[in-house]
Design a binder for this molecule. Sequence first.
Ligand code: UDX
Length: 439
Amino acid sequence: MKISVVGCGYLGAVHAASMAELGHDVVGIDVDRQKIEALSNARTPFYEPGFEELLARSLASGRLRFSSDFSDARGAQVHFLCVGTPQKRGEYAADLRYVEAATESLIDVLGPGELVAGKSTVPVGTAARLAELVAGKVPGALLAWNPEFLREGFAVQDTLHPDRLVYGLAAGPDGDTARALLDEVYATIVERGTPQVVTDYATAEMVKTAANSFLATKISFINAMAELCEATGADVKQLADAIGYDERIGRRFLNAGLGFGGGCLPKDIRAFMARAGELGADQALTFLREVDNINMRRRIRMVELAREVLDGSLLGKRVAVLGAAFKPDSDDIRDSPALNVAQQLQLQGAVVRVTDPAAIENSRREWPHLDYAATPEEAAERADAVLVLTEWKQYRELDPVAFGKVVAQKRVLDGRNALSRTAWTDAGWSYRALGRRAG
Ligand code: UDX
């Protein structure tokens, strides 16, 4: 099929290359010429395992190209809308200006019978509004909402092997046509027996925000338990293991620590609250405010724990921060808990050195006043404390004996409950983690 993908950020770039991998003829469109230039030359604008290879393969097949000219989207049977919906400044609500601008630009090139398939995370009600706009300007054009659930670090896998497909469709024959088009796009995935949920616009939009709210709630739940564990001397990791054996609960997303960040969960729960308020249903989501609060408190607690470990004062203490990305296998630093803590420590007088396997370049651009080091050893040279704030494999596998020779004081704070406590304490380190007793 001929497909266009509008917006070549994380979601769009991976989606475009994946659609080409599925055999379609794809053009990726973005207003950012630099991004288009990079992608066209098989350079990935972000770090994502497996994406570079996929991009190179798709470009070489001749089925994928990128352009900053919307007219190149002309003639595609399906146009995927993959632009960002960031948080508005000074508000909780989502900023829809990119979705609106992209839809307007698409309308200029759209033909009857063609489908606009929204993938961006939008407030419930957006799809119905856009459908009216599109049909009003281009009679016979269709709109569907087809949310994406990809996780950074697993974006390629999640796009090519999603655990479900959700189609939000208009009622009647238009919906049937849209469904047939989406089924054709995803034929390989559908044939594999991937579950499909075919529904209306509002449900499809809500699936995405509900899923992210649930995940955020699960993380904040275990972090609230960590607060209690700190007050009682209980161990949150064992607690998570024990409740996680109950299949109704499940162990995944019960890792206590610094909490969630990134470009999705924080802004999505806030936008969901804002939208509920507009709909007069804000009471239903007041708990998400607490989910957000618990999450933000973890960062403050981490700074306090560092102060405690450093004999009550951060002033002049040398602190190594291992991890800057909001999660491992990503160079994304949007709302990164690790960088947030690093900055608080520096503001309070510590001499902070941050390292990360992939995110230093991005961090330096956004936060130039922090000091960066290329390796954990360099960051930890003569350090009074080492904080592991993003659980990269490289950090989980550090040899505490060798690493102990670099630092001034063998004190480690495990912000993600990711290290082997016994391995570190056996090597003579004092070990502290959120929600667990000192070791
Ligand atoms: C998330 C959703 O998982 C994905 O389905 C959606 O499409 C986009 O948002 P992502 O932002 O890539 O994906 O990251 P995710 O793996 O969900 O992690 C989010 C944050 O939660 C990270 O900061 C991570 O460190 C944190 N987290 C995750 C925990 O603190 N504990 C956990 O147990 C799991």
